[in-house]
Write a protein that binds this ligand. Structure first.
Ligand code: UDP
Length: 332
């Protein structure tokens, strides 16, 4: 389809997969990214790339004019929960204030659709799982709060100005492009599957298991791990819906509605890697809710989204394939 889409944060993990999905759907795509975390390499060479901040109004006006932007997929932001606790002002600046600048520029330019990258962290420690979209939103860290504020700005602005928006609340995003074109780059990730495949390729000696005394079946935390390419496909469906129903907004969870424990994930890594990855039992990590699982009824029913990579062994296999590729790149 001929809808020019600007992807903010398109050089990052989820944004780069969204770029691939948009290209596959035939949309002209441009990327703006300040490369604070993403890499230029993650952006396909035929995609116009603008290095800079989404808070830079002049830059945004130039991009909108050059691209003829008709929709924005907004991924740019800071995402490390413990860092948000140490540096809340950084998170309110990079997530909330920068989004304010982006939304203002989009309103001025009359851009009709904005799709925002939100998070299950808006729910804090939910009282029940699976979590539904209308359940209480009580973030327990500045990261979740900064994202929830952006959702609020979008809701108020969509009511006041002429655009509609979607906010997709991601659960645990994992895996990598099945064709090996992109994946989670970089050092210092704290996410379970990334850490475990790093251990499987020898970049780490072991995986710490943070807590085995939770009120769950095996005592370890339960999460809803969603493959990044299924998530990217959900974005394309959501954008199609925003275009087809311009008077509606979309707020929806993105997950499979199934929970896996830390030990179940590590078992999958052992199976896929064909060897056991060393585990070390540790105490609980502060701020971890025992279970976080999405109700995805809205996503499935509204967008007719059909996930392709929900099997945990598939998620791990793609993550491992990408990790091996990264290792070869750094060795070369
Ligand atoms: N976890 C773990 N060891 C690690 C990283 C994570 O045991 O090295 C656990 C973590 O405590 C949580 C789950 O795995 O229960 C998922 O954590 P992750 O950081 O991947 O995502 P989060 O749910 O915090 O966004």
């Amino acid at each position: 389809r001929d809808l020019p889409v600007l992807v903010t944060g398109g050089a990052g993990y989820i944004g780069s997969h969204a770029v691939l999905a948009l290209q596959a759907a035939g949309c002209p795509v441009a990327v703006v990214d300040d490369l604070s975390n993403g890499t230029r390499r993650a952006v396909p060479s035929d995609v116009p790339f603008y290095e800079g901040s989404i808070a830079d109004r002049q830059l945004l006006s130039r991009i909108f004019a050059e691209q003829g932007t008709r929709a924005i997929m907004h991924f740019a932001g800071s995402i490390v929960v413990p860092e948000s606790v140490e540096k809340p002002l950084l998170y309110y600046a990079n997530n909330t204030l920068a989004s304010h600048a982006l939304i203002s520029a989009a309103v001025d330019a009359g851009i009709p659709h904005i799709l925002f990258s939100s998070t299950a962290a808006v729910y804090g420690a939910p009282e029940r799982v699976p979590v539904e979209e209308d359940d209480p939103k009580r973030p327990i860290n500045p990261y979740g709060a900064s994202k929830l504020m952006t959702e609020g700005m979008l809701a108020d602005c969509a009511a006041a100005y002429s655009f509609n928006y979607g906010a997709l609340r991601y659960f645990n995003v994992s895996g990598a492009d099945p064709q090996g074109r992109s994946g989670q780059a970089g050092q210092g990730s704290t996410h379970l599957i990334k850490v475990a495949v790093e251990a499987a390729v020898g970049k780490r000696s072991h995986v710490d298991v943070f807590g085995d005394d939770y009120p769950t079946a095996d005592g370890t935390c339960v999460r809803d791990y969603i493959h990044v390419s299924d998530l990217a496909a959900a974005h394309v469906r959501a954008l199609e819906r925003l275009v087809a129903a311009p008077s509606e907004n979309l707020v929806m969870n993105c997950g499979y509605g199934r929970g896996l424990s830390v030990l179940e994930v590590l078992d999958a890594v052992d199976r896929v890697a064909g060897m056991p990855v060393a585990r070390r039992m540790q105490g609980r990590r502060p701020g971890d809710p025992p279970a976080l699982v999405a109700s995805n009824r809205r996503l499935v029913e509204t967008l007719d989204w059909q996930p392709q990579f929900a099997d945990i062994d598939t998620i791990v296999a793609h993550a491992l394939h990408w990790e091996r590729k990264l290792k070869d790149l750094t060795a070369a």
